[in-house]
Design a protein around this ligand. Sequence first.
Ligand SMILES: C[S@@+](CC[C@H](N)C(=O)[O-])C[C@H]1O[C@@H](n2cnc3c(N)ncnc32)[C@H](O)[C@@H]1O
Length: 217
Amino acid sequence: MVRGIKVQKIKLKKDPHRTHSSTQWLRRQLVDPYALKAKKEGLRCRASYKIMEIDAKFNIFKNGQNVMDLGAAPGGWSEYVIQKNKTGKVIAIDLLEIEPIKGVLFQQGDFTDPKMQDWLTENIGQADVIMSDIAPNTSGVQSADHLRLMAILDEIIQFTDLHLKVGGILVAKTFRGGTSQNLLEQLKQKFKTVKHFKPESSRKDSVEMFVVCMGKK
Ligand SMILES: C[S@@+](CC[C@H](N)C(=O)[O-])C[C@H]1O[C@@H](n2cnc3c(N)ncnc32)[C@H](O)[C@@H]1O
């Protein structure tokens, strides 16, 4: 239940050009209270509520910070952060293009491409916050998907070693069951506190979770 949002049953018209997976996606959106709320409130996507909840719980964003948004499309997280951060810089990348967001510097590209990592650091320098909602395309095989996300997370950790300020914060998408033991141990050595968090707005049937690491040593 999301306050003020009434979910109605809607029957989808048949469309021979629509794939099975996009029909499933559409069906979910139509009955998803957070997707409906985002539409009603003029936000880009339901993902905005996840970063709002993470921020409400951990008090992350402040004016004047340099923030990197990895896996930013369609732009809900950046849109939220730039409103709280009028004097800092927000820089974002994604494999997909986004509608421009005033005040956010965006580049389309792959985070794992060293040229993209150079572009990020050349344009913002050291970050106060690095946030990643990167979700590699899923194959349906949970163990394989988990490994791909862990490989990205590993790369993000190496990147934060070099480009996150001392005292800085890392927020990254991971899977339920937590970050792999090895990555978790690495994070605990590098940050003062490491917590897992599942926002209310993250679908209950999704294995998604977030790891919030505060106070880079
Ligand atoms: C859940 S969406 C992000 C939603 C975003 N936080 C928002 O608020 O709009 C995940 C994104 O990760 C992006 N992605 C996946 N792999 C990536 C990679 N290697 N480099 C950059 N972006 C990537 C996808 O294109 C997708 O747009």
